[in-house]
Design a protein around this ligand. Structure first.
Ligand code: SF4
Length: 441
């Protein structure tokens, strides 16, 4: 049997709506989608027995040969890739090649994906992948597999190096998963819906072994859970970061603003090689205060950021806009805060109601979802009716944030956290300096 794994194309991040921004030279994920692919297919490949032949296509980089002689096409994707995934599924189905879909989007809205494939794997694949392969061999694929939550003892080491990341992506960090599930209720997040509300942590020895194989390299821990301000999580993170010290990695973390910012914890993170923390602003109470220009909260937020940056860890801020409380004053409030808190690397996103998240249900019940053109669900388009601002104002405010922020800051400093292709950095700086000059004329 031969399987074709496909990671579908993303609509370029800002291409359609903002030709002007898209003409900026490339900067990591900011103007083009330059994030290395997600782990889903790497996990499936690790689970696939050696007697099965497979091929992988990252459609962001390569064309698909629809005449390829394969028995099963396995497509894993997020919501912004859904239209590409559906196009691919339809084309293979026309040829009567069996198609299975999985990943975040099909798991959240299987009835939508089911129109473009033969079978769906909802949620985690570890427990069901063997059955799927047996059924595909016997031409008896079921319509739906899962949802099943796999215990950490069933998790496998993702098959790294199956994508051509080093040759083709600006940012080369390997993705490392440490946990699944989350008990929190961030309205835009689909993690609790897919992975459940209990946190399952990866077995420490397996995780340390996985990281030891990335010795000296940069990796990105994709769950914000390890920054949670809870005793048991802090102990896990401390043990992990102590054990991986010898591997001298460059570590990139992610978090909301409510995280464990205790000095000894931050020192541990920095000492183990943490270079950047990607912090999402928008929904939590600290962000709300910052967005409302509340002086006390701004001071509090600034102190946390100072503490991080004083440890030599760069804060990479991601500001969400379009929450129900946001009005037109929010854009300048964010830019002012960036200045005050000395934030030099930032991105901005329009809050997006991914299907079947709490935010989706709220907006749907209030009849505020404008459309379901999934390729526009990429956090750079307004796909719902905002409450205190018009759709146009939200969209233009988003553009304003990008332009203002990146014409004001020191770009060498801003861009240096990415393992970028040097010519992109140089072109970007040249462009930004030109824009700045024109602005001050
Ligand atoms: S955004 Fe983070 S903290 Fe919030 S629900 Fe999702 S995983 Fe949990």
């Amino acid at each position: 049997m031969k399987i074709l794994f496909v990671y579908p194309k993303f609509e370029r991040y800002l291409k359609k709506v903002y030709a002007e921004l898209f003409n900026f030279p490339r900067i990591a994920s900011l103007w083009e989608y330059r994030m290395p692919p997600a782990l889903g297919i790497q996990i499936l490949i690790a689970l696939t027995p050696p007697d099965i032949e497979w091929k992988i296509i990252d459609e962001n980089l390569e064309e698909i040969d629809y005449n390829e002689d394969v028995d099963l096409v396995a497509i894993s994707f997020f919501t912004p890739q859904a239209e590409s995934a559906y196009r691919i599924g339809d084309k293979f189905k026309e040829r009567k090649v069996k198609v299975i879909m999985g990943g975040m989007h099909p798991s959240m809205i299987p009835e939508d994906a089911a129109l473009h494939c033969d079978s769906i794997c909802i949620g985690e694949a570890e427990i069901v992948w063997k059955d799927i392969l047996d059924d595909a061999r016997n031409n008896s694929l079921k319509k739906i597999y899962g949802p099943v939550l796999a215990p950490p003892s069933n998790w496998v080491k993702p098959a790294r190096n199956v994508y051509k990341i080093k040759e083709n992506y600006d940012w080369h960090a390997s993705l490392v998963q440490v946990a699944r599930g989350c008990p929190r209720d961030c309205p835009y997040c689909n993690i609790p819906g897919i992975y459940g509300r209990n946190i399952r942590l990866k077995n420490m020895d397996s995780l340390v072994e996985e990281i030891s194989e990335l010795s000296g390299e940069e990796f990105y821990i994709i769950e914000d859970i390890i920054m949670f301000n809870s005793k048991s999580i802090a102990e896990y993170t401390k043990e992990l970061f102590t054990k991986i010290l010898p591997y001298k990695n460059k570590i990139f973390l992610t978090s909301s603003l409510i995280f464990n910012a205790k000095p000894d914890f931050l020192q541990l993170l920095a000492g183990a090689g943490t270079k950047s923390i990607y912090v999402t602003f928008g929904f939590d109470p600290i962000s709300r205060g910052i967005y409302k220009n509340d002086r006390k909260v701004i001071e509090y937020g600034k102190n946390i950021i100072d503490r991080i940056q004083n440890e030599g860890i760069r804060l990479y801020a991601a500001f969400g806009i379009g929450f129900d409380e946001d009005d037109e004053s929010v854009f300048d409030a964010i830019l002012d805060f960036c200045k005050k808190a000395h934030i030099v690397t930032s991105e901005f996103f329009i809050v997006t109601p991914f299907p079947n998240t709490p935010l989706w249900y709220t907006l749907k019940n209030e009849n505020r979802i404008i459309h379901t053109r999934w390729n526009e669900y990429n956090c750079s388009n307004v796909v719902f009716k905002p409450r205190r601002i018009t759709e146009d104002k939200l969209q233009s405010g988003f553009l304003y944030l990008w332009k203002e922020f990146y014409t004001e800051i020191d770009h060498v400093e801003s861009l240096s956290c990415f393992a970028q292709k040097q010519d992109n950095i140089e072109k970007t700086i040249e462009y930004m300096q030109k824009t700045k000059k024109e602005k001050t004329k």
